[in-house]
Design a protein around this ligand. Structure first.
Ligand SMILES: Cc1cc2nc3c(=O)[nH]c(=O)nc-3n(C[C@H](O)[C@H](O)[C@H](O)COP(=O)(O)OP(=O)(O)OC[C@H]3O[C@@H](n4cnc5c(N)ncnc54)[C@H](O)[C@@H]3O)c2cc1C
Length: 112
């Protein structure tokens, strides 16, 4: 099933994304991973005229500790980045053993 036509916007800052959202009102939707939005668009459940990709906004893909025991996880951080043991052990004080978010597949799911 094909996606309906839409305008794709790739902002490089949150300010730019918010400006597009403010201007477009409910005609625009944000796209992160797309697993939910793109399926709903294909089935015509949602028909946004404008889709705002947030993967091009660098600081939304960052996981950073602010030094007071809190960690900021950007809105475009992927599950696979979050599942990274190093990141997980850095942000959790008492992590349970094993993978956090999902069990990684032992083979690649698809080529990029
Ligand atoms: C086949 C299938 C299986 C799934 N299995 C699971 C599962 O096992 N567990 C589970 O929890 N979920 C599951 N989901 C649901 C889906 O993974 C979740 O809805 C997930 O949150 C989608 O993330 P995404 O980054 O792909 O979001 P997108 O599809 O990009 O966006 C989802 C919605 O959030 C909005 N949005 C995205 N980013 C932002 C933002 N930064 N600010 C404001 N709004 C935003 C979008 O406009 C859209 O309306 C499944 C979905 C499908 C299609």
């Amino acid at each position: 099933m094909r996606l309906p036509k839409f305008e794709y916007v790739k902002p490089t800052s949150t300010e730019e994304a918010l400006a597009v959202l403010e201007k477009s009102g409910n005609k625009a939707r944000i796209l992160a991973g797309g697993t939910d939005l793109l399926v709903n668009m294909k089935y015509r459940v949602i028909r946004p005229e404008i889709v705002i990709g947030i993967k091009t906004i660098e600081n939304l893909s960052l996981i950073a500790s602010n030094g007071d025991g809190h960690t900021r996880i950007g809105a475009a951080v992927t599950l696979s980045d979050l599942n990274d043991y190093e990141v997980y052990y850095a942000i959790m004080s008492d992590p349970p053993p094993g993978p956090v978010v999902f069990q990684p597949l032992p083979w690649p799911l698809a080529d990029r």
